[in-house]
Write a protein that binds this ligand. Structure first.
Ligand SMILES: [Ca+2]
Ligand SMILES: [Ca+2]
Length: 201
């Protein structure tokens, strides 16, 4: 059993028999009711008009990934190790509204609207393929204009837009802040300048 080695190396389990028994029960319970089959990855997907759809990957835990594109609708994508045909996505914290949820292969896709800028939205996944279980919470960071994704909007972001002016590619799509399929100092660079100083912890 997976927890046995950890208990054996824990001095408290040797000196407090009753306490360790409780801990065994607790661990066993946690394993049964714990978060199973977490998404393998998560991302925000945006269609940047003629240039196609591009994903910004989100960390599954800890410090969030950063979405820098500023549009009215995003698609939160959760990719599992198995095909997904049903599931739920709910907002645990932050300002966003979950709309339609669709499924394709191993992906569960949730439309997001009403997303406030300069915030982290924590999305909860549950009931994958009707199992009634929680499948983890993923933080999604929204910081419009943070082209280089370093959690602050400042000069390097403005410079990046200036040097990437032109068409959108898989390598430079973050510079297309208004997601219209082209990169220009106006409006993309202007949108960044207007948000200079914004940051996320
Ligand atoms: Ca930045
Ligand atoms: Ca643009």
């Amino acid at each position: 059993m997976a927890w046995a080695p950890a208990l054996a190396s824990d001095p408290s389990s040797l000196s407090h028999g009753a306490a360790s028994l409780e801990r065994v029960k607790l661990l066993s319970c946690t394993q049964k009711q714990g978060v199973a089959e977490r998404a393998r990855s998560a991302a925000l997907r945006v269609t940047q008009e003629g240039a196609g759809s591009f994903d910004i990957n989100m960390s599954l835990s800890g410090s969030s990934g950063i979405e820098d594109r500023l549009i009215s609708n995003y698609t939160a994508v959760f990719t599992f190790d198995i095909p997904v045909t049903s599931g739920t996505v709910t907002v645990m914290s932050g300002t966003a509204t979950v709309g339609a949820i669709t499924f394709s292969g191993n992906e569960m896709r949730a439309d997001l609207s009403g997303v406030a800028d300069v915030q982290t939205v924590l999305l909860h996944t549950e009931d994958i393929n009707g199992d009634g279980q929680p499948h983890g919470d993923v933080p999604f960071g929204f910081l419009a204009g943070d082209v280089n994704g370093n959690r602050v909007v400042d000069k390097p972001d403005i410079n990046s837009v200036a040097t990437n002016q032109g068409g959108v590619t898989a390598a430079n799509f973050r510079n297309d802040v208004n997601a219209n399929g082209t990169i220009r100092n106006n409006p993309d660079g202007k949108l960044v300048k207007e948000r200079k100083g914004h940051s996320l912890p």
